[in-house]
Design a protein around this ligand. Structure first.
Ligand code: PLP
Length: 302
């Protein structure tokens, strides 16, 4: 099925099937694989990746937080992403960049933590099921978001994702689409792989950085919202505030803006509500290149 697909690995394009590591590798047994997921869209000038330089910065920052090293420069990673998309002949879809310690090892630290790099490009249809719903339900997870004094929560590293996996499993077992996690102090943090927003009296609110991933979509929403006259606030959101929100939505690279129609047993009425609709239209326009004000966020990769 993947016969035609090419993967970029340390400077070479290799067949998809050959993009493997040994089970005893550090990244497999200790969860030290660092990664990025970004979207690329079809534009009149060819495919363009959404905020590619910012995604590269976050990848490099993740490695730094974990005292690991990405050998390639930001510019080299950007070129490698473009090469991967070209080699797979895709117009729009998703890119996953994975930095990993592929050597076999038994120990918890490796003497030379230089990461190997792989880049995967897949079509939008493959990544996102066709019938994705227009809105989702969310529970409050019994799992708290990782505490920033235990691991750097802003690092996008495989081991951190067991936290989100447990929250998602619990939500699905309870019949919800996803679970929103609180932080160690009981304030709203985020979902398993998505940021959380709420609206109250026309103001868009989201938890501050420090206990959540530095999401590129979240940042884009906060940066772009003033352009449509929306007031935004980054502040700790208590549980009662969340449960009395006028609107709630989640955001991420793959879902962009997704309204929540129910939180626990509370229905949020007609969705998307007015604020969510405005934000969703804005992000859709930006990603499709229809909004000139943010055209520079679409980075040409052909
Ligand atoms: C924990 C977490 N929060 C938020 C997000 C959304 O981040 P982005 O907008 O960069 O996709 C992700 C993405 O995977 C995530 O894993």
């Amino acid at each position: 099925m993947n016969q035609e697909k090419k993967v970029w690995r340390n400077g070479n394009l290799i067949p998809w099937e050959e993009a493997t590591v040994h089970i005893m590798s550090h990244s497999f047994t200790r969860g030290s694989a660092v990664f990025e997921v970004l979207a690329f869209y079809s534009t009149p000038h060819g495919p363009a990746a959404f905020r590619l330089p910012e995604h590269c910065d976050r990848l490099i920052r993740t490695a730094e937080l974990l005292n690991m090293e990405i050998v390639q420069s930001k510019q080299e990673i950007i070129q490698a992403v473009a090469e991967t998309v070209r080699a797979n002949n895709l117009d729009q879809g998703f890119i996953k960049i994975v930095g990993f310690l592929g050597e076999e090892t038994f120990v918890i630290t490796v003497p030379d933590p230089k990461l190997e790099l792989s880049i995967f490009a897949i079509s939008a249809q493959e990544f996102r099921p066709k019938n994705s719903p227009p809105a989702i339900s969310s529970c409050l997870s019994r799992w708290r978001r990782l505490h920033p004094e235990t691991v750097p929560v802003e690092a996008k590293v495989a081991a951190n994702y067991l936290n989100g996996m447990l929250a998602r499993q619990e939500a699905q077992r309870r019949g919800f689409d996803l679970g929103l996690m609180l932080d160690g102090q009981g304030f709203l943090a985020e979902g398993s792989v998505e940021s959380a927003f709420m609206a109250k009296d026309g103001v868009l609110m989201t938890p501050p950085l420090g206990r959540i991933l530095h999401s590129i979509t979240r940042r884009s929403i906060l940066e772009a919202a003033p352009a449509i006259g929306l007031k935004t606030l980054e502040k700790p959101i208590s549980l009662p505030e969340l449960l009395h929100a006028d609107e709630i939505f989640i955001s991420s690279t793959s879902r962009r803006v997704m309204p929540v129609y129910r939180i626990e047993d509370r229905s949020l009425g007609e969705v998307p509500g007015p604020v969510t609709s405005q934000v969703s239209r804005l992000i859709e326009a930006i990603c499709s290149g229809r909004d000139d004000r943010f055209r520079h966020w679409l980075y040409p990769i052909r």
